[in-house]
Write a protein that binds this ligand. Structure first.
Ligand code: AHG
Ligand code: MN
Ligand code: MN
Length: 340
């Protein structure tokens, strides 16, 4: 006897009916992402056992040290996406330029993917949750040819799907195709992602703030005032809020999505336009949060998904999470601007 479970593959096929003109390409692409996720998960799980910990000694395009697992995840996802034949190219955190897949099958692919193969790299060596973030767009350039840069510089509103994998106390894949957000937990014994979180809704109000408060003094006056407000005692609004910051966007976002909260990465001295990358970190999370009823804006209160990217690795300030919390923070930032 076993309980019936909806596996990711079954769910993807069922949901295909939501898109009457879909021919299954997106479904196949998602299936390949899930497969690569399992391979990466296997390595993440044994990171302490095999000689995969530590750095490769290389510096990536962001000027950061590349971890072996960054490299590993990047390669595995690239192979899976190329092999899916539905994807003509990718933009990844680990490469300066887009990667064009040049097989005949891939050139005919309808989609492109923006990916952060390993998010939260600084947490790998200390056994803290890390993740993968992905975003899928329909290409603009004609099929039958290699992908072009313009395919990757589309507004977030053009995403056809977005999601992440969290390698945590259990491994989950959470994704949206624009009809709500669903979460799947990997059942290690059968090697399948099983539907565990149906139609996720982020609470309108939350009581968790996630920010690297080590940079508090570098934040703008409005952001600082909001953080002070969060620490004030007020029974009616359930303050003070709790502070939770892991330093892996995926893990911080995932917790806030389920429990309610706000994640923020404001401009700092070092990262004057914020640290997080628009196309493979902010946009996919923005699509997920909006699909779950939340909100994602930049420092001017502009919707993240409306921004027109002009660079693959463009950074953006990010305020994302429960709608009422993001709006409140926005009010504080606006007030600060008015006083200037
Ligand atoms: P990545 O590991 O892909 O480079 O991303 C790290 C990002 C994000 O995951 C995290 O929230 C943020 O950097 C943490 O930055 P700080 O250490 O400056 O707080
Ligand atoms: Mn990242
Ligand atoms: Mn990364």
């Amino acid at each position: 006897m076993y309980n019936t479970v909806d596996t990711l593959n079954e769910f993807i096929i069922e949901r295909q009916a939501d898109f009457p003109y879909a021919k299954g390409e997106l479904s196949r692409l998602l299936t390949h992402i899930a497969l690569a996720a399992k391979v990466v998960n296997r390595e993440v799980n044994q990171a302490g056992l095999v000689d995969i910990l530590g750095t490769t000694g290389d510096i990536n395009v962001q000027g950061e040290t590349v971890q072996k697992l960054d490299d590993f995840a990047n390669t595995k996802f690239a192979i899976a996406l190329k092999g899916s034949s539905e994807c003509c190219g990718i933009a990844t955190e680990e490469s300066q330029d887009i990667i064009k897949f040049d097989t005949d099958m891939a050139k005919d692919g309808k989609y492109i993917i923006c990916i952060d193969p390993l998010d939260g790299s600084s947490n790998i060596d200390v056994n803290v949750s890390i993740g993968t973030i992905f975003s899928i767009y329909r290409r603009i350039s004609p099929r039958g040819h290699v992908a072009q840069l313009q395919d990757f510089l589309q507004e977030g509103t053009k995403q056809v799907a977005a999601g992440y994998i969290i390698y945590g106390s259990s491994t989950m894949l959470v994704y949206t195709t624009g009809r709500g957000v669903n979460g799947f937990t990997l059942a290690p014994s059968i090697g399948e992602f099983c539907l565990s979180h149906r139609d996720i809704q982020i609470p309108l109000n939350g009581s968790i703030i996630s920010a690297n408060e080590g940079y508090y003094k570098q934040f703008s006056a409005g952001v600082r005032r909001y953080l002070d407000y969060c620490k004030d005692i007020d029974e009616e609004t359930n303050r003070p809020y709790s502070s939770r910051y892991i330093g892996s966007l995926v893990a911080d976002f995932h917790r806030n999505l389920l429990k309610g909260g706000i994640y923020m990465y404001p401009p700092t001295e070092k990262f004057k336009t914020g640290k997080l990358r628009l196309i493979y970190e902010a946009n996919p999370m923005a699509m997920l949060v909006e699909q779950a009823g939340g909100m994602a804006v930049d420092h001017d209160g502009g919707r993240i998904m409306d921004l027109v990217p002009n660079d693959l690795h463009q950074r953006v300030p990010l305020y994302i999470g429960s709608r009422n919390m993001v709006e409140k923070l926005n009010d504080f930032i606006e007030e600060e601007e008015e006083q200037k």
